[in-house]
Design a protein around this ligand. Structure first.
Ligand SMILES: Nc1ncnc2c1ncn2[C@@H]1O[C@H](COP(=O)(O)OP(=O)(O)OP(=O)(O)O)[C@@H](O)[C@H]1O
Ligand SMILES: Nc1ncnc2c1ncn2[C@@H]1O[C@H](COP(=O)(O)OP(=O)(O)OP(=O)(O)O)[C@@H](O)[C@H]1O
Ligand SMILES: [Mg+2]
Ligand SMILES: [Mg+2]
Lengths: 224, 224
């Protein structure tokens, strides 16, 4: 479903080049629940952004459902993201002037739903993450973990084929994080949604079907 | 060193009032290494902001080194923060146009140091958090965990009496998080700096001298 070959990403910063991801080969099958683990700065977010078509690789190839995406235009990539992917960003990226409800609803605006259908799906998503009573609050009125949960609800509500979640439990206590993971596991089993996590959370690594370890931009065997 | 009595904070949001912190009594002694734990939305960040004189309480009293601070002006509070406190924010709050070095240096500008002394102290702080080779990078060029470490270095560099750290290890892998905690533990033992953490990290709770549990804005006994 996703096939990355020799995928690499360099960042040019004046006189230095940072090889954030170096020649990664990775194949992601349908229904996978996979964790990317590794030290701070090892390339997890960058790899996730490449797999999620948010960043263009410096070299290598990436196929989504058999289609080569590395040479597509920005518009074509935007369509793929909108149709197939859902994202939870490490920095949440909520829209400050919108409420929790509106931030989640925003993800559904391009879909052909009646206002009532849309509202129901938004409220379901907010209920799953325990934020119904905060639906009308804006991000600045929410705690760190509440903002993270809005970002999670927004990724889930569109029911995409693949959800890429960057440290989705970093700001959640053990109990709340556990609940969020149960929801994701259930969606993975019921809807066959692929989940790709970048994480430091041992709970995610435990329930993941596969853990891929990164160090200095490369995949390393689990033993290291 | 810090004495809070019946400290409370309400947020007025149009028709609803959120009682983020309700009547907290808390006494913090010299040299303490104390963790505030509790579910997402339980009031940890709000309590930390009250103790750190970043938010004004709705009611109750707060004494810093015997001095009542609840009726001080904004300027007087700013002086207290600058002279006594260091802060690591849950959302890092780095200045985007400054490099990692400049973000840390910024915390020292009001102190009377020679440029060389200042530079040495900034580089020491960056070395402690493992970011020397990223000194010239701006926040957008850094990973989530690297930004968090810049925020930590900035809080440490001024060697304040009290450091309030809001989820300082949330975006760090187990190893990096452990190193950061060792640094803080050492500073606590050598310089007698008080550390007050808001955290979900069991590593911090393990090494903390005391863990205070919050639920719905109130302190609850550990058993719950
Ligand atoms: N600026 C604000 N305006 C209105 N309500 C707020 C504001 N900041 C926090 N709150 C509310 O106060 C409550 C406590 O928030 P706080 O940020 O202190 O929680 P927390 O324990 O730090 O949570 P987390 O673990 O998710 O970071 C939450 O219900 C939140 O919605
Ligand atoms: N936009 C950028 N410009 C320049 N360098 C970058 C950029 N984004 C990331 N980097 C660099 O690429 C490397 C990998 O970063 P990445 O964000 O992928 O790490 P990570 O594994 O997600 O780390 P963390 O666990 O701290 O979030 C880091 O050394 C970082 O400094
Ligand atoms: Mg990251
Ligand atoms: Mg918080």
């Amino acid at each position: 479903i996703i096939e990355a070959r020799n995928l690499a990403k360099d960042y040019n910063l004046g006189k230095t080049v940072i090889h954030a991801v170096k020649g990664v080969d990775l194949r992601i099958e349908p229904e996978e629940f996979i964790a990317l683990a590794g030290p701070s700065g090892s390339g997890k977010t960058t790899l996730l952004n490449l797999l999620g078509c948010i960043e263009v690789p410096s070299s290598g190839t990436l196929q989504m459902d058999g289609r080569e995406v590395t040479r597509l235009s920005a518009d074509q990539l935007a369509d793929i993201r909108h149709d197939k992917l859902g994202f939870v960003f490490q920095t949440f990226n909520l829209i400050p002037v919108l409420t929790a409800f509106e931030n989640v609803e925003y993800a559904l605006l391009k879909r052909r739903l009646s206002p009532k259908e849309r509202r129901d799906r938004v409220m379901d998503a907010l209920e799953e993450v325990g934020l119904v009573e905060h639906a009308r609050h804006r991000p600045e009125e929410l705690s760190g973990g509440q903002r993270q949960r809005v970002a999670i609800a927004r990724a889930l509500v569109r029911q995409p084929e693949i959800i890429l979640a960057d440290e989705p439990t970093a700001n959640l206590d053990h109990l709340t994080g556990g609940k969020v993971l149960e929801i994701m596991k259930r969606i993975n089993e019921e809807r066959k949604t692929v989940f790709i996590f970048s994480t430091h959370d041992p709970k995610i690594m435990e329930i993941a079907g596969r853990v891929v370890y990164l160090r200095d931009g490369e995949i390393v065997p689990a033993g290291d």
